[in-house]
Ligand binder design. Structure first.
Ligand code: 7TS
Length: 439
């Protein structure tokens, strides 16, 4: 490969703003007012044309993991096929190209989040690892007996268990702000739990189990007024709305690539540079060092100080391609499309006898959790699956919020940019069938 060719390939593979060559380009960018061309978009997702159990697939489980468009699959494939080598260590051309592509992906993420610097963008395995990093590095350094970490009752286990572990190790206490009957955060309850002992606030931007969008800018203001840093779990937020970490003024922001139409195994921790600079590394190994002797190690600069070992290079490149894809469609248009689906689904499902929606916050992402009288959610999921409809059932890794509503489980349909109104109708018809089966 000539170097001229490779730099073109790299710019594209790294997702540096240009569409990935040779891909069945995403539905073209249009003005924010134009609705999404969903038919064209669906052609970008080969898996959506599959039949499941003899019926065309209706994929309503994107909150668990979204499907990848061809541009993402091709970016990963092209990198693996023509550019792969380890990063940051080779003098040879492939290693330099791989490094350029990987660091280009970091710049792409910086732009996506509007972070000030790529030093604030750390690649991790996903939201879970990002939160564990903060709990272990920042948490262990700042928590002592009697201190408190404040979360909410609606967190995913990924934003509960790491804090429990660090609290057990330091003697700190985990507190959870209450949730109202409609699934909104009890703001007064949250504020009452911000005490002189609170050392960190960690809350979901969007609830995966209920769909509630939390007023995170307000929560950051309340915490910062008391000098308390804030981590936002953005796993369910980034697919649905533009996130600007400077406007939010949060201190940490975590998300996963696979919920944003990217690959699994890659995610991002944004951290405010002044905090990251003062934090010790969490994991040790290659890449996170400047020099090592048997007695002593000098750590690498940000962000590499927090990236021990060979990273998921192709994952980062795939994530950058996914960011190009969603940005080419426009987050406002994606959000508007999903909101229309949410309103339609809410109307259709709430008209079904014996169906109860769990989580009716005024401000919601396109997630619909529900129960049906006398029918276990797993049975709902199984019957819908026989109709080719994929939903999630269970506690959604958010058992405390299930307990808050006195439920062991719910059924959850989640909508993405590629879903159509006729799929809402298929869901509603499927639920009528569920009722028929169970009488
Ligand atoms: N936080 C939230 C709000 C989530 O929804 C999830 C995953 C995570 C953290 C963890 O993300 P991971 O990529 O590190 O696993 N949520 C779901 C879900 O709702 N169904 O399956 C996974």
């Amino acid at each position: 490969m000539s170097s001229a060719m490779s730099s073109v390939a790299l710019a594209r593979t790294a997702g540096a703003g240009t569409p990935v060559a040779g891909a069945s380009g995403p539905a073209t960018a249009a003005s924010a007012a134009d609705p999404l061309d969903v038919e064209r978009i669906r052609a970008d997702f080969p898996i959506l044309s599959r039949q499941i159990n003899g019926r065309p697939l209706v994929y309503l489980d994107s909150a668990a993991s979204a499907q990848c468009p061809t541009v993402v699959l091709q970016a990963v494939d092209r990198y693996r096929t023509a550019l792969h080598a380890n990063v940051h260590r080779g003098v040879h051309s492939l290693s330099q190209w791989a490094t350029e592509a990987y660091e280009g992906a970091r710049e792409r993420v910086r732009r996506f989040l509007n972070a000030r610097s790529t030093r604030e963008i750390i690649f991790v395995r996903g939201t879970t690892e990002a939160i564990n990093l903060v709990a272990n590095s920042y948490g262990r350094g700042h928590l002592a007996s009697g201190d408190e970490v404040l979360i909410t009752q609606l967190e995913h286990h990924a934003n509960i268990v790491p804090w429990q572990l660090v609290c057990a190790a330091t003697g700190a206490r985990l507190r959870a702000a209450p949730v109202l009957d409609n699934g909104e955060l009890d703001l007064a309850g949250f504020e009452a739990l911000l005490t002189p002992r609170t050392r960190l606030v960690a809350v979901a931007h969007v609830s995966n189990a209920l769909g509630t969008i939390l007023p995170v800018a307000r929560l950051v203001q309340l915490a910062h007024a008391r000098g308390i840093p804030v981590l936002l779990d953005g796993a369910q937020a980034v697919p649905h709305a533009a996130v600007d970490v400077q406007a939010l003024d949060c201190d940490f922001y975590a998300f996963s690539g696979h919920k944003l139409y990217g690959p699994t195994g890659i995610g991002v921790l944004y951290g405010r540079e002044s905090l990251l600079a003062a934090m010790p590394p969490w994991q040790g190994g290659g890449d996170m060092i400047l020099s090592v002797s048997i007695e002593h190690t000098t750590f690498n600069e940000l962000p590499w100080k927090f990236e021990a070992g060979t990273p998921d290079i192709s994952g980062a490149i795939g994530l950058a391609a996914a960011l190009d894809y969603v940005d080419s469609l426009g987050m406002k248009r994606i959000a508007a499309h999903e909101h229309t689906l949410l309103e339609l689904a809410t109307a259709r499902l709430s008209a079904l006898p014996g169906l109860r929606l769990i989580g009716t916050a005024a401000d919601k992402a396109a997630v619909l959790s529900f129960t049906m009288d006398g029918i276990h959610p797993h049975d709902i999921g199984t019957i819908l699956d026989s109709e080719g409809i994929a939903i999630r059932t269970g506690h959604h890794c958010a058992m405390p919020v299930m307990q808050r509503f006195g439920l062991p489980a719910t059924a959850r349909a989640s909508f993405a940019l590629y879903n159509r109104a006729d799929e809402v109708e298929r869901l509603a018809a499927g639920l009528v069938k569920v009722r028929e089966v169970f009488g």
